[in-house]
Design a protein around this ligand. Structure first.
Ligand SMILES: *Cc1c(COP(=O)(O)O)cnc(C)c1O
Ligand SMILES: [Zn+2]
Length: 415
């Protein structure tokens, strides 16, 4: 069962039933799913959660539509790995990596899609759709395929080839738009008006979709032995993941399920698309849209829907927001792989490079615990590294040539 009660306007507090609605009739503000935490207190326990499935659905009581049979490819319950080698390089004491590369389609988007389509099915929808920077399209197409729904996923036409292939392989309709994500999103808002019976997971299903990100904080707490971490670094595209990670920690604290205070949250952006980092640094109240130009395509949203809410959270707890150039994103994909054996996509490079930047400028405390969210698999952005991650040497198939190359790479002593 779920303790969800309905929808709540994030601006004026108006309430609605759990219907297919995403903006407020009174103020046009965005809506979010609300819960009766008083009813959940004492009923939802560490034990009841731990007896659930090894997926996001162990937290079904705090998701909108767990139902009897959620739309589920097994998203979530990904490893939280203690870092030793990367922690040494960065000079920090207690670093953990939330390895969300390990989701069914290789990104954290499986969490939000599993939740959104479960709600969509209850609400009577029969077609899945989305506006995507790549990973969402793949996840929507895969989850839709698993329940036999048609899907319509809309992406910028010039995305990485590997991401387009991953979206297309599930057999849905993929529309490549000649434009950037912000053009795609605008188009999808128009399409929702024309096709109200399509579940655009991040447009008309957005309140439900967003809830899936809370499972990141729930898992982090449970995996740390029911304690909150001190600091968490979250990559930012629309900012949805960030705001719901914040909500997840607050809900667990309010329920008394977890020990410790709310962590300080930190954002991570590429400098080629850093509207939130720029607003944060300049003290602005509003986020000024940017035209994205970065290899971190999955985070390339120039006009982030949740930007103002991210700014509020960053300022409430004394957080900070990194902004890192493409060269450091590539370098940190390599650093993470070489120190920890985790192959992340460009968004993971943004998280690690931002983590390093904020440690170096002293806003992240080296002595307190840190969790960094690695949100997508490196196979999704092979294009970014294929020209630099190559064979060390090409040799003829002879022992002599092999030995010479090994001497060159200093694996055996020169004779
Ligand atoms: C979508 C995405 C994010 C964050 O997206 P939000 O819109 O901020 O919720 C982070 N990392 C990856 C790899 C993504 O695909
Ligand atoms: Zn309102």
């Amino acid at each position: 069962m779920s303790f969800a009660t309905g929808l709540l306007c994030r601006e004026c507090g108006a309430t609605y039933s759990s219907e297919a609605r995403y903006s407020c009739d009174f103020c046009f503000g965005p809506l979010e799913v609300d819960y009766d935490l008083d009813a959940a207190r004492g009923v939802l326990t560490r034990e009841s959660i731990a007896s659930g499935p090894n997926s996001i659905w162990r937290y079904g009581a705090l998701l909108p539509d767990p139902g009897v049979e959620p739309v589920d490819l097994g998203a979530g319950w990904t490893p939280l790995r203690r870092s030793t080698r990367l922690a040494d390089v960065l000079g920090v004491r207690d670093l953990w990596l939330k390895d969300d590369t390990r989701n069914p389609t290789g990104s954290f988007k499986d969490r939000v899609v599993s939740v959104a389509l479960s709600s969509a099915r209850r609400l009577g929808f029969t077609t899945a759709a989305c506006a995507s920077t790549g990973n969402l399209a793949t996840s929507v197409a895969a989850h839709a395929a698993s329940i036999g729904w048609p899907s319509v996923t809309i992406i910028p036409a010039d995305l990485e080839k590997s991401k387009i292939a991953m979206a297309a392989i599930f057999g849905g309709t993929v529309l490549g738009v000649e434009g950037n994500y912000d053009d795609v999103n605008r188009l999808c808002v128009e399409l929702v008006a024309e096709h109200a019976d399509w579940a655009f997971v991040n447009v008309n299903l957005r309140p439900y979709y967003a809830e899936g990100s809370k499972t990141l904080s729930f898992e982090i707490c449970e995996q740390l032995g029911w304690r909150t971490p001190d600091q968490v670094v979250v990559p930012l595209a629309s900012g949805s993941q960030f705001t719901k990670v914040a909500k997840g920690f607050k809900q667990f604290i309010e329920l008394g399920i977890v020990d410790g205070p709310a962590p300080v949250l930190f954002g991570a952006q590429a400098s080629g698309c850093s509207p939130i980092a720029s607003a944060f640094a300049s003290g602005a109240e509003v986020v000024t849209p940017q035209r994205p130009n970065t290899i971190a395509r999955s985070l390339a949203i120039g006009n982030p829907a949740d930007g103002p809410y991210v700014l509020d959270e960053l300022r409430a707890y004394g957080g900070d927001c990194g902004s890192v150039p493409d060269s450091e994103i590539l370098e940190c994909i390599g650093l993470l792989a070489e120190t920890e054996g985790i192959f992340a996509e460009t968004a993971g490079g943004v998280t690690i490079a931002s983590l390093r930047q904020m440690i170096n400028r002293g806003t992240i405390d080296r002595d307190k615990s840190i969790v960094a969210i690695i949100s997508g698999h490196g196979l999704k952005t092979l294009d970014a590294i294929v020209d630099t991650a190559t064979v060390s040497s090409t040799i003829t198939p002879s022992l002599e040539a092999a030995e010479e190359a090994l001497r060159f790479h200093q694996l055996v002593a020169a004779s």
